[in-house]
Ligand binder design. Structure first.
Ligand SMILES: Nc1ncnc2c1ncn2[C@@H]1O[C@H](COP(=O)(O)OP(=O)(O)OP(=O)(O)O)[C@@H](O)[C@H]1O
Length: 380
């Protein structure tokens, strides 16, 4: 769900690319004398069950490192108990980490005092919870304005700001209802509006939609996609639902037993699973809906191929390409800014669907074709 361009300078080369959150070697261990666990290689080598029986400790987060980039939707995904909530709660120290470092915009979160932490949670990284945490006796408008009230904003100004956010999340007309008079989906929108009202740099979502029925859940996912497209706000989103992760995430951290087993784009996770666990996890995902034509393209083999056939963007899915190739009855060109990056044909597309071509791997024969052919400049 990218609203940022993937092209351009590599991460870290200018301020705009500086990470919002930077996490390095993070551990959270629950249990007696937890701090000795990350420091002891003998203990860190144990399986979760062995660690529990030897020490009575649970390592909910084990040596996790990642950056959350400005403007991205960073999804933390994994089965129940894999450590998602603990990890995300550590970001704002709702749970105290046991070891490792966390920075927000370069500032050390573990060194923050109480008032700095309060400011972090209220202004910079607001959380949207699964159980909305709404105040039952307050109206929608006053629930949304609550965070602003806590910040000390005057009544007229906060009500005006709250009304604008209520409209933004599609609750116009319901401002004066109380939470008990709303559906689950509407209540979740109030929770979202309340987090948005304080205009945080990052929104943290803790499985916000898992209690909603499937249709309302889809609506809310669309709402997040829309909000992100409009505002480009950085989001960290926890889910145990793979479809939700693939739909929302620019990048996904897949967790198992407290570790991040793979961190990558949906395309990388589905197209190049890091191990058997991830492969099994993504086995039933329709590859053609996630993988893009970059995976399937080969260099054009003639000047004619580079200038004829339907044109596709590099981010077009394999599924869209199949449709274009079937309609045209010929290979399609992958075009970027007027330049032909390559060509996709029916064989290569089928190879991707069948899983015989992995992302980044050229379809068989393409290298030979590249050397043998006389290529027009714009085709390579
Ligand atoms: N306060 C606690 N004390 C002891 N163990 C805990 C505590 N909180 C979490 N755990 C354990 O840490 C591990 C990770 O839990 P966590 O809630 O982070 O997982 P999760 O992936 O968010 O799961 P779910 O999707 O079910 O919420 C689990 O084994 C859990 O039992």
């Amino acid at each position: 769900m990218s609203t940022t361009t993937s092209a351009g300078t590599p991460p870290g080369t200018d301020r705009a690319d500086a990470p919002v959150f930077s996490v390095d070697g993070l551990w959270k261990v629950f249990g007696p004398k937890a701090a000795r666990v990350p420091a002891d290689p003998e203990l860190t080598a144990l399986t979760p069950a062995e660690l529990r029986s030897r020490t009575g400790c649970t390592a909910a987060v084990r040596d996790v490192s990642f950056d959350v980039r400005k403007g991205e939707v960073f999804v933390v995904m994994g089965l129940s108990g894999s450590g998602k909530s603990t990890l995300v709660r550590c970001l704002t120290r709702l749970i105290e980490p046991t070891a490792g470092s966390i920075a927000i915009d370069g500032e050390d979160v573990r060194a923050m005092d109480k008032s700095r932490l309060r400011e972090l949670r209220r202004h910079r990284a607001a959380m949207v919870f699964q159980h909305f945490g709404l105040l039952p006796h307050r109206t929608v408008l006053d629930n949304v304005a609550y965070g602003l009230e806590v910040q000390g904003m005057g009544r007229a100004e906060r009500r005006e700001r709250a009304a604008a956010v209520v409209a933004k999340v599609g609750l116009e007309g319901l401002e004066h209802r109380r939470p008990g008079q709303l559906s689950g989906g509407q209540r979740q929108r109030v929770g979202l509006a309340r987090a948005l009202a304080v205009d945080p740099e990052v929104l943290l979502f803790d499985e916000p939609f898992s209690a909603l029925d499937p249709l309302i859940r889809r609506d809310m996912q669309e709402e997040v996609v829309r909000l992100h497209r409009e505002e480009g706000r950085t989001m960290v989103f926890i889910t145990h639902d793979l479809q939700e992760a693939l739909k929302l995430g620019d990048r996904i951290a897949l967790m198992r037993d407290g570790r991040v087993v793979q961190l990558g784009t949906p395309e990388e996770i589905v197209g190049s699973p890091a191990d058997d666990y991830v492969r099994e996890f993504v086995r039933d995902v329709p590859r053609e809906q996630v993988l893009t034509v970059r995976t399937a393209m080969r260099p054009a083999t003639s000047s004619e191929e580079a200038v004829t056939g339907p044109a596709l963007f590099p981010d077009a899915t394999v599924s869209e390409a199949i449709e274009a190739v079937a309609r045209a009855g010929s290979a399609a060109r992958v075009m970027d800014d007027g330049r032909c990056l390559g060509v996709v044909d029916a064989d290569a597309l089928l190879g991707v669907v069948a899983g015989t071509v992995a992302p980044g791997e050229r379809p068989e024969g393409a290298a030979v074709l590249l050397e043998e052919a006389e290529l027009p400049k714009e085709a390579v």
